[in-house]
Design a protein around this ligand. Structure first.
Ligand code: FE2
Length: 249
């Protein structure tokens, strides 16, 4: 089975449209979304309508999605993110709210051996940036593979059966090289972000996990980031939210 795993769209319709074209051409069996459909960008409703059209979609809620629904507050958010979320809450259509409410609370068992979440299985608002955090995520989940989002940085953390070492892959320009997953090893894997990449590369990222081949393959795509930036500014959202799209931070 081919799972297309993607995360952190953040209301960026320009990026989402380019992603979708590529994603459909890869003919996955299921779409797995790791959260943060909205927040930051200028097109929350258009993104939600398009996301709802994807077949076989499993989606978990991101921290921005929770605040957009009023399930959480902006207390832990920086002022720029909070401003964009207040704007988003006013903009969300009844359809978007209704669809957002169908997202599952992570962590979630996708199937035997696979956990999906937004931040970390032990705390959905936690950022996994270190091998220790990646290992904690795997151990807490009780599964062999844990897919997570939230950091907007594509990465694979690989642990041997004894969990006494770690190998880390950060797919950058060479995003298309498949990584073979070893039997009995443990993995924490982040597909990166569709709409706000933060690894100093402005191109969006996602991945395909093929459980027959037992491999993960990352994809990177360029999109009209300048247009997404203009829309952000035209909506009166903080300018930095547009600027960062051009640099990938
Ligand atoms: Fe995010």
């Amino acid at each position: 089975m081919k799972y297309l795993i993607f995360s952190d769209i953040h209301s960026n319709l320009e990026a989402f449209n380019v992603f979708l074209k590529k994603a459909r051409s890869l003919k996955p069996d299921a779409f797995v979304f790791l959260g943060d459909a909205v927040g930051y960008g200028a097109n929350p409703n258009e993104v939600m309508e398009t996301l709802a059209s994807l077949p076989n979609l499993v989606a978990v809620m991101g921290n921005h999605d929770k605040v957009a629904l009023g399930l959480d507050t902006t207390m832990l958010f920086n002022p720029v993110a909070a401003e964009a979320l207040n704007w988003t809450r006013k903009k969300l259509s009844p359809f978007s709210i209704q669809f957002l409410k169908t997202f599952k609370r992570g962590p979630l068992r996708l199937r035997d051996g696979i956990c999906i979440c937004h931040g970390a299985p032990f705390d959905e608002d936690h950022y996994i940036f270190t091998p220790a955090e990646a290992l904690e995520a795997i151990e807490f989940s009780g599964e062999r593979i844990c897919f997570f989002g939230h950091t907007h940085v594509p990465a694979i953390y690989e642990f041997p059966p004894e969990k006494d070492a770690v190998a880390i892959y950060h797919p950058l320009e060479q995003g298309n090289t498949p990584v073979k997953l070893k039997k009995e090893f443990f993995y924490a894997i982040n597909p990166g972000s569709i709409g706000q990449p933060r690894d100093r590369n402005p191109r969006g990222t996602f991945l395909i996990y093929d459980d027959k081949k037992n491999q993960v393959k990352f994809y990177r795509f360029s999109y009209p980031a300048e247009k997404a930036k203009e829309k952000i500014i035209n909506q009166g959202l903080p300018e930095v939210l547009g600027e960062r799209l051009l640099e990938g931070y």
